[in-house]
Design a binder for this molecule. Structure first.
Ligand code: G3H
Length: 313
């Protein structure tokens, strides 16, 4: 980190000065660029590659109060071998579950290479004490989660208490103890402005985020191309300023292959092709995988399998 950036978190005033000194987002320009990139068509040969890449980048997610060990085990089986009729179909990157289901997912995925991500820090609201948030993170990591998806304290952020948000992220990062990657969920649907999305992205990265993630999937709007564009610009700028690469994860409401491919185009054109890797880009989704598999099979055979061919997402 350059010297001035290292000093940014010395106080709330210095954080505020830095974050409010970032260039303002041109809302109309960002939305127009995201929309324009969304209309790019790609060749059929590239489409097969894009679908496989999207599967490899997928954080297959279930975050429901009604989740059961059986549901998580079934999801893990699907994560490893999404299409039982095609051994060449790639596995997803990770499954994402609530902390108490981490042991179930870890047992089911042992030796497969599919990672286990746990939400933490009083997901989705983030309303609890720091002690509880840190304890929940420690619990998930001790249970074997190799990725932690935390939420920021949006109340503190919107009240201008940037230092509180920074210190919380840093404490959760410390609780990951070098054993888990930290994804920081900004919950962009609650941040009110694109300028705030840019500020929250930088704040999370300064505090140690390995990934910045758009949304919990519990708030509308969730991921949008324009918000993701702003976050991709932020990670590109942060790499330039510090030499450290941070990943990006749009999540929530991504349900179709068409949408997934739009995000891949956005990554390629905004952050650059170095981010086109599951190490640096993920798609968080509970019900995208079946559409990717159906489109994949359509490309291979020329026809769609019936909608009930694949097990339910
Ligand atoms: O992190 C992922 C999201 O919670 C999934 O949201 P979704 O159910 O809208 O796909």
């Amino acid at each position: 980190m350059t010297a001035p950036l290292a000093e940014v978190a010395a106080s709330n005033a210095s954080l505020r000065a830095f974050l409010h000194g970032l260039p303002g987002v041109d809302r109309v320009g960002a939305e127009a660029r995201a929309a324009m990139l969304g209309t790019r068509s790609i060749k059929t040969t590239a489409k097969k590659h894009a679908i496989d890449l999207a599967i490899r980048m997928l954080d297959l997610t279930t975050l429901e109060g009604a989740d059961t060990p059986g549901k998580v085990r079934a999801m893990c089986a699907k994560a490893v071998r999404p299409d039982p009729s095609d051994p060449d179909a790639p596995s997803v990157a990770a499954v994402c579950v609530y902390p108490d289901l981490v042991p179930v997912a870890v047992a089911a995925l042992q030796g497969t290479g599919v990672k286990v991500a746990s939400v933490a820090t009083a997901f989705p609201s983030g309303r609890s004490s720091l002690n509880v948030k840190v304890a929940e993170t420690e619990y998930a990591v001790a249970a074997g989660a190799s990725e932690v998806d935390m939420v920021i304290d949006r109340g503190a952020f919107l009240a201008g208490d940037y230092l509180k948000v920074y210190e919380e992220i840093a404490a959760v990062k410390a609780a990951c103890a070098g054993r888990a990657h930290l994804k920081v969920i900004l919950e962009t649907g609650e941040l009110a402005t694109y300028d705030n999305v840019r500020r929250a992205s930088w704040l999370a990265m300064l505090a140690g985020a390995d990934f910045i993630k758009t949304s919990t999937g519990k708030v509308s709007p969730a991921a949008t191309p324009a918000v993701t564009l702003i976050m991709l610009e932020a990670v590109r700028g942060y790499l330039k300023a510090t030499g450290r690469r941070v990943g990006v994860k749009p999540a929530g409401g991504i349900r179709t292959t068409k949408d997934a491919i739009k995000y891949l185009v956005l990554v390629n054109e905004t952050a650059g092709p170095d981010w086109l890797d599951p190490e640096w880009f993920r798609l968080g989704a509970s019900s995208l995988l079946n559409d990717l598999l159906m489109q994949r099979q359509k490309l291979a055979t020329g026809r769609y399998a019936g909608p009930d061919y694949f097990t339910l997402d």
